[in-house]
Design a protein around this ligand. Sequence first.
Ligand code: SF4
Length: 91
Amino acid sequence: MKHISVLIKPASSLCNLRCTYCFYANVSSLREVRSFGKMKEDVMEKMIANIYADLEAGDHLTLAFQGGEPTMAGLSYFRKLTAYVAAQKSK
Ligand code: SF4
């Protein structure tokens, strides 16, 4: 039995709140591409399918979210993601 943990960053560096303790704006400003925006639905779908392709019965999966601020991806992102996960679990 495997335990797989995946850290998903669905909103790249879209956050502009600039909390004083946050390093993310500084780090992203040094990148060639500062932000890749919100994760597109086709990428989300492939990501979930690829994760489940490596799982077998009895394996344990943890999905966690980080940013920037992952809620910048919006409620619709998380609704679609949970729907894709539910579809994979029912296969
Ligand atoms: S990513 Fe999070 S910690 Fe950083 S500025 Fe945005 S809300 Fe604050």
